[in-house]
Design a binder for this molecule. Structure first.
Ligand SMILES: NC(=O)C1=CN([C@@H]2O[C@H](COP(=O)(O)OP(=O)(O)OC[C@H]3O[C@@H](n4cnc5c(N)ncnc54)[C@H](O)[C@@H]3O)[C@@H](O)[C@H]2O)C=CC1
Ligand SMILES: O=C(O)[C@H]1O[C@H](OP(=O)(O)OP(=O)(O)OC[C@H]2O[C@@H](n3ccc(=O)[nH]c3=O)[C@H](O)[C@@H]2O)[C@H](O)[C@@H](O)[C@@H]1O
Length: 477
């Protein structure tokens, strides 16, 4: 590791984040133990297999394991005994009231504390509620103070909050080449020690960005670090909701939102990323983190109207595809709809809060038959009634319409003529605006995109009734 110090790291939780954190720190030369309490996941990791889909991660894990820098255990005493730094990477889902369920992370913190025998830095990497770091710190302190039956001297722990900004599908590159590393805490030595772990990352000059620049390191107070994560995800969601709202206006006036976004993105103050209109944002975090931020604001008596609008616009966006299908079919009862993609975005198997799955739910609630293909998610999600097929073109068999719901690169290579020949109808809805409409239409299909109508469309029908999650119609009048 180029003369740098090898630091002993434990990573609690081997999911989408924890496994990446563990493998990436090991790849930087640190000595890493992953602690995972799900026996099935643990067995897979020990056998060198990743229990989910993340490009490049299995190879990285296996090369680090072969070099003796990475191993996995379920045993906290084994994992924490020699660790200098322990990362908490367990889930922090949302409770029915919109607040954050901190039980998994406080349980994990308690287990870590019970195994501490030396001076350790505990780093919360999970996304936590505002005030969560102080809560975790208190749990650890309580457990260390109890000390029941453990041999003296007991260890000590300092807490640092280090929010993670990686995306699924590009997690390794995002972790190793971040724009910034945020450390929250008030112990300068602990902050310095954790930044030492990141040293190889912070010292590189990533040429992928123009101009090439080093990742920034910001050491801030713990509450600002917690807010940094929520604010970033809320802003990304807002950017997508903003372009989706404009897409709907583009449809009304006959403008092309893709061209619009390109032009807007050329302004460096706006930037081109997260301006792709379509079915809307999903995934395990944007919605959950917005919900937590909204709950936090309301808890203090502030009504965050912009944040709630971001959520509302997104919820409405799945209706847009239903509205577009409604222009071609008087109703969807008995219609056969082929769905391309189920995951919330490409290069992941994650179906959590997937707009594609939500669209399928709504189609089923309207009486349509849904036949879906996804390159990675090959098992039916928790939605009864979706038929999953193993070949892309099979979704077209007898279909009245085909809808692209996830922008997997594989779909860009599809031959529209092969779809058309197998279909009963001829409607192709590009729910992610990835195709050149001309190529689709030349195969005899009717190309329908989001915010790219060639000419003004009918006005927005505010009486449109779309089914909700449970299939009951919602009316917004
Ligand atoms: N998924 C993502 O792309 C990102 C997620 N985050 C945040 O990171 C955190 C983790 O998210 P994911 O990795 O997606 O969750 P996940 O559900 O994929 O992984 C969590 C893992 O922790 C394990 N676990 C739970 N309690 C445990 C315990 N006491 N001891 C040992 N293992 C335990 C679970 O079995 C599971 O394997 C969340 O707070 C999330 O908001 C942050 C940035 C990106
Ligand atoms: O906290 C998290 O979990 C992570 O959440 C997002 O990452 P991720 O959920 O993996 O996916 P994104 O690439 O952000 O996409 C989110 C959703 O927005 C949609 N999207 C994205 C960009 C866009 O222009 N248009 C659009 O509809 C995607 O299809 C997807 O459904 C953030 O980008 C990460 O920085 C953050 O760490």
């Amino acid at each position: 590791m180029n003369g740098r110090e090898r630091i002993s790291v434990a990573v609690v939780g081997s999911g989408y984040v924890g496994t990446v954190v563990a493998a990436c720190f090991a790849s930087l030369g640190h000595s890493v133990v992953g602690i995972e309490n799900d026996p099935a996941k643990l067995a897979q990791l020990r056998a060198g297999r990743i229990p989910f889909h993340e490009p490049g991660l299995e190879d990285l894990l296996n090369s680090c394991s072969r070099d003796g820098r990475l191993r996995f255990t379920a045993n906290y005493d084994d994992g924490v005994a020699n660790a200098d730094v322990v990362f908490l990477c367990v889930g922090t889902p949302i409770l029915p009231d919109g607040t954050v369920d901190m039980s998994a992370i406080t349980n994990a913190a308690r287990s870590v504390a019970s195994a501490i025998r030396r001076a350790v830095i505990v780093v919360s990497k999970s996304t936590i509620t505002i005030g969560g770091a102080r809560l975790i710190e208190a749990v650890i302190r309580d457990e260390l103070d109890r000390g029941d039956g453990r041999p003296a001297p007991l260890g000590s722990a300092v807490l640092v909050h280090n929010p993670e900004f990686l995306r699924e599908g590009s997690a390794i590159a995002d972790f190793l080449h971040p724009d910034r590393v945020i450390l929250g805490g008030d112990d300068p030595q602990a902050l310095e020690r954790v930044s030492e772990l990141y040293r190889p990352i912070l010292q590189q000059c990533f040429a992928g960005g123009i101009p090439a620049r080093r990742p920034a390191l910001m050491c801030v107070d713990v509450t600002t670090a917690e807010m940094m994560k929520y604010a970033s995800n809320a802003f990304l969601a807002a950017k997508v909701s903003f372009i989706n709202e404009l897409a709907n206006v583009c449809d009304l006036v006959g403008a092309d939102v893709k061209v619009l976004a390109t032009g807007m993105g050329l302004d460096r103050r706006i930037a081109p990323e997260f301006l792709s209109a379509g079915l809307g944002w999903g995934g395990s975090c944007l919605g959950k983190d917005l919900s937590a931020l909204i709950a936090t604001a309301r808890d203090g008596g502030y009504e965050p109207s912009l944040l709630t609008a971001v959520v509302q616009v997104n919820a409405q966006q799945q209706e847009v595809v239903l509205r577009k299908l409604g222009m071609h079919f008087s109703d969807l009862q008995g219609r056969r709809i082929g769905l391309l993609g189920l995951t919330f975005k490409p290069d992941t198997d994650d179906l959590r809060d997937s707009p594609a799955v939500e669209l399928a739910r709504r189609l089923l609630a309207l009486g349509a038959e849904v036949i879906a293909y996804d390159p990675v998610a090959t098992e039916a999600p928790a939605v009864t009634g979706i038929a999953i097929v193993g070949d892309l073109y099979q979704v077209a068999d007898g279909a009245d319409a085909v809808v692209l719901a996830t922008d997997w690169p594989d779909f860009l290579r599809l031959d529209p003529a092969k779809l058309r020949i197998r279909m009963r109808g001829n409607v192709f809805v590009d729910g992610r605006n990835v195709f050149d409409g001309g190529a689709i239409e030349s195969a005899g299909l009717k190309y329908v995109a989001v915010g790219r109508s060639a000419g003004p469309q009918a006005t927005w029908d505010s009486d449109f009734e779309a089914p909700t999650f449970d299939g009951k119609p919602t009316s917004r009048h």
